[in-house]
Design a protein around this ligand. Structure first.
Ligand code: HH2
Length: 293
């Protein structure tokens, strides 16, 4: 379905016509994929410009690693890491920028520097976040996470993971609307790897339609994550091919935006996948063959 995401300053982003790619810029010393770490502003700006050149429709700047087992970063430190890079990037690019933070204080500083979207991986757990987004007209990613990054992978339990994640996201989107956030500013994200086992992640991707049915655009972040290594048997540096396969499946399952470390490769994979999409799938053929037998 075609729709438009509203951003500050009457800017918009068209969704649903083709998959959009969000390129990851980690201003951290400790993100789980070492090649994605760009703690110095000059390097981070070069990386962001390179990802834009490769075709990223959104650049996602994050200054706190939320990998499993990570400790929270103080908001002052997050702002110290983020703002010089955002300022320098904005001086050279008008690209759509999102800020990956769960703290309203950090989001406010980033929006003041021209960020367009708040990528809130803790989905309004900061009580100031919804009002800030409503006031500024920023886009808002609401992501599901079970617990906190420090402990989320210890023993996550659900009765029915996709159904519970969808119910949670519906409720948190309703809270955002009640606080005055516009419906066409909201994006939902199942939070692959955030308090989920391998089975939970696969179940979420196989039944992504439950999140799509909530009625908002859907973002999926799976690039190089642990579940890809669990299936491919590869360490993080060798998970590109697995990530591309999973990205294509996520798009087919209904994701509008795919968040990735490897923009050029993901753009190519999605372009070929969408161009070659069969009119009849193997399983339909199999059903027909059985019917005809
Ligand atoms: N995943 C990560 C960080 N932010 N935001 C959204 N909306 N969805 C995700 O799946 C997501 C996210 C983890 O990836 P990365 O930023 O590369 O790692 P780290 O947290 O170690 O910096």
């Amino acid at each position: 379905m075609k729709r438009t995401l509203s951003l500050p300053g009457r800017r918009t982003l068209s969704l649903g016509e083709r998959p959009l790619v969000m390129g990851i810029v980690n201003l951290t010393p400790d993100s789980f994929f070492p090649d994605s770490r760009s703690p110095e502003p000059a390097r981070a700006v070069e990386r962001a410009l390179a990802l834009q050149e490769e075709g990223a429709e959104i650049l996602d700047f994050g200054a706190e690693s939320t990998r499993p087992g990570s400790a929270p970063v103080d908001p002052k430190e997050e702002i110290r890491r983020l703002i010089p890079t955002l300022k320098a990037f904005r001086a050279r690019s008008g690209a759509v920028v999102s800020v990956d933070t769960r703290k309203a204080e950090v989001a406010r500083a980033a929006l003041d520097e021209g960020a367009d979207i708040v990528n809130d991986i803790a989905a309004l757990s900061d009580p100031g976040m919804a009002a800030l987004v409503a006031r500024t007209g920023a886009g808002l990613v609401l992501m599901h996470m079970l617990g906190e990054p420090s402990t989320m992978q210890e023993s996550p339990v659900y009765d029915d993971c996709p159904a519970q994640v969808a119910e949670y996201l519906r409720a948190v989107a309703a809270r955002a609307l009640a606080a005055g956030v516009s419906k066409d500013s909201i994006i939902l994200d199942p939070g692959i790897g955030f308090g989920k086992t391998l089975e939970h992640n696969l179940d979420l991707l196989k039944r992504l339609y439950l999140i799509v049915e909530c009625g908002y655009p859907v973002l999926v972040g799976l690039s190089r994550k642990r579940f890809i290594g669990q299936i491919s048997g590869k360490p993080v540096e060798k998970r590109l091919a697995g990530s591309l396969g999973a990205a294509c499946a996520a798009w087919l399952g209904g994701a509008d935006i795919i968040r990735v470390h490897d923009v050029a490769q993901t753009k190519d994979a999605l372009a070929l996948f969408t161009a070659c999409l069969p009119e009849k799938t193997q399983s339909e053929r199999a059903v027909r063959a059985i019917d005809e037998f």
